[in-house]
Structures are given as structure tokens and as C-alpha cells.
Design a protein around this ligand. Structure first.
Ligand code: AMP
Ligand code: ZN
Length: 291
């Protein structure tokens, strides 16, 4: 791991990985040993590795799998099978499933077909974020943890910088406190790990995870940004890490993106109660035509 100037064998890598996660959780005040944490698991390497590490560290965690009925259900069935298998191999790995089609009547793909012009990935992101937040709040979890890694965060930062989206740049962070009773605290304990490090951890644990990317994400811009950053990384080791971690440091120390912004007029969605800038219904409830 030239980016960390470190070379480790499997055994010591596992130790390093676990203690580095614990340090991130503590240093950023993500959650404590008494807190109930909801971990969003997709069946991919990052979120299964996160669930594994949090269980090993003794945190009070519960999984949440969202069945989005992707690729005529096949991709989602395979992902769910990985989550079920993981849970069956460990004691205390309880989880809940939310089936989008059964709960709301339509799959994300059906929604996207109805609303031609809206990208499946952006709809899917909106649906996932809403459901994760809803479950975390309704069931009183202290925090919602996701498996986002450094490659994910650097790609999002790249996207936000290319468009100078100062609102997003102000809010992109390893931990987001809850600012409203209907907004869960969000934590990304793996934000300092390169994707290949989370993959290495999952492989070393013998975790069977879904290897393929979501079939709808082919050609997505975030994948292009990841490729560009990887090219940069090959030329200059540590580039990805420096890009994201220096952003966090400079923002903190120099107060970047904290300047005057119009005060957002936050109301509550008439249907679900989540905070929203929209006048009556939040973006999620509008999507389903709820009233
Ligand atoms: P992605 O949006 O696919 O990049 O995934 C980012 C994180 O969101 C993952 O590490 C998981 O923690 C969570 N996540 C993604 N898809 C699902 C899903 N279907 N069910 C539950 N959590 C998910
Ligand atoms: Zn709503």
C-alpha cells in the first residue's frame, strides 16, 4: 500500500483495517459503544466488510437491505442472497429487508420508465437515501452507517468540484449530524480506505460478495470519474487520498464553503414528515404521487 507507505501480510492487514476503522469512528465521533447503529448492506464488498468490522468491534448493529428489483430482479436476488449468506454465518448479524415494489407498488425501473428523462441511478439514489433515513428514524437508531470508501468520496468530490456545487461541497463529510428528528445521523467509517483495501479485507475474510457493478450504472459519470482518478493515482501514488483528505482539512482549517448562503427554508413533507425545501411534498413522496 504505497499510498500509506505500508506493506502488510494478511493477518496484520486485517488487524490494521479493523483498528483504522475504530480510529475513524472515534476521531470523527461517528457513534459510540452504547449506540444502536443501522448498517445499510447492499451485498457488495464495502458494506459487507463494514458490517463484519462493526460486529467484530462489538457495536450494536443491525443490517438493512433494500430490494430495488434491479435487472428484472435478478441482480437484487443475487445481492440479497449474499446478505443472507453473510448473516447466516455470523451470530448476531440480524437484518431487515425493505422491498421497494411490495412497499410502494412499483420498482425503481418502472418509475424510471414512467418518468422518461430521469436517470435510473438518480432515482435509485433518491429512493435508497429516503428508505435508509426512514428506517433509521422510525426505529430509533442513533446512526446510519454506509460502506462508502475513499474512491466513492473522491469521485463525488470531483463531480462537485467540476460543477462548483458549493452547497454539496459544504455538506460532503465522513459524518453528518442529525439536524432534525426525521433526519438520521449518517456515518461513513470506511471513508479513508481505498476500494482495493476494502476488497482485500472482504477477500481475506472469505466473504462472498456481489462482484459486478449494478447493470444500470454502466456509463454512469461517477464510474468515469473513478477511472480518471485511478489514472491519476497510477502516475502519482496517494493522489486520491490527498485530493479528498486535504479537502476535508482545508475546509476545516480555512473555513471554505461556509460563507453566506441563502438560508434554506426547511419545511416538513406533508406525507412523510421528512424535512424538505419543497412546499408540500418531499422529492420522494412526489415521485410516487402521494398526497
Ligand atoms: P452505492 O450507492 O451503490 O455506491 O452504495 C453506497 C452504500 O450505500 C453502500 O456501501 C451501502 O452501505 C449502501 N447501499 C447501496 N445499495 C444498497 C441496498 N440495496 N440496500 C442497502 N444499502 C445499500
Ligand atoms: Zn415525503
Amino acid at each position: 500500500m504505497r499510498q500509506h507507505r505500508l506493506a502488510l501480510c494478511g493477518e496484520h492487514f486485517t488487524e490494521w483495517f479493523i483498528s483504522r476503522t475504530q480510529r475513524a469512528i472515534e476521531r470523527y465521533g461517528m457513534f459510540g459503544p452504547e449506540d444502536r447503529v443501522l448498517v445499510a448492506v447492499s451485498g457488495g464488498k464495502d458494506s459487507l466488510a463494514l458490517w463484519d468490522v462493526l460486529l467484530r468491534l462489538g457495536y450494536d448493529v443491525e443490517g438493512l437491505y433494500i430490494n430495488l428489483a434491479i435487472a428484472d430482479q435478478q441482480y437484487s436476488e443475487e445481492s440479497k442472497a449474499r446478505v443472507e449468506q453473510f448473516a447466516s454465518e455470523r451470530s448476531g448479524a440480524d437484518f431487515q429487508i425493505v422491498d421497494v415494489k411490495k412497499t410502494y407498488g412499483k420498482s425503481v425501473l418502472e418509475l424510471a420508465r414512467e418518468r422518461r428523462g430521469r436517470e435510473v441511478c438518480s432515482l435509485c439514489g433518491l429512493v435508497k437515501r429516503h428508505i435508509m433515513n426512514r428506517v433509521a428514524c422510525e426505529r430509533g437508531f442513533a446512526a446510519l452507517a454506509t460502506g462508502h470508501n475513499l474512491d466513492d468520496e473522491a469521485a463525488v468530490l470531483f463531480q462537485n468540484v467540476l460543477r462548483w456545487q458549493t452547497g454539496y461541497l459544504a455538506r460532503q463529510a465522513p459524518v453528518l449530524p442529525s439536524t432534525h428528528p426525521r433526519l438520521a445521523r449518517k456515518a461513513k467509517p470506511f471513508f479513508r480506505f481505498y476500494e482495493r483495501e476494502t476488497a482485500a479485507y472482504a477477500l481475506l475474510q472469505g466473504t462472498d460478495y456481489i462482484y459486478e457493478e449494478c447493470p444500470h450504472s454502466k456509463g454512469a459519470t461517477t464510474i468515469l470519474y473513478k477511472e480518471l482518478l485511478n489514472r491519476l493515482e497510477t502516475r502519482s501514488r496517494g493522489a486520491k487520498q490527498q485530493f479528498y483528505l486535504s479537502f476535508l482539512k482545508t475546509r476545516r482549517e480555512e473555513g471554505l464553503f461556509s460563507g453566506p448562503r441563502e438560508k434554506l427554508d426547511l419545511g416538513e413533507c406533508e406525507n412523510c414528515g421528512q424535512p424538505t425545501t419543497a412546499p408540500a411534498l418531499c422529492a420522494f413522496c412526489r415521485l410516487w404521487g402521494m398526497s
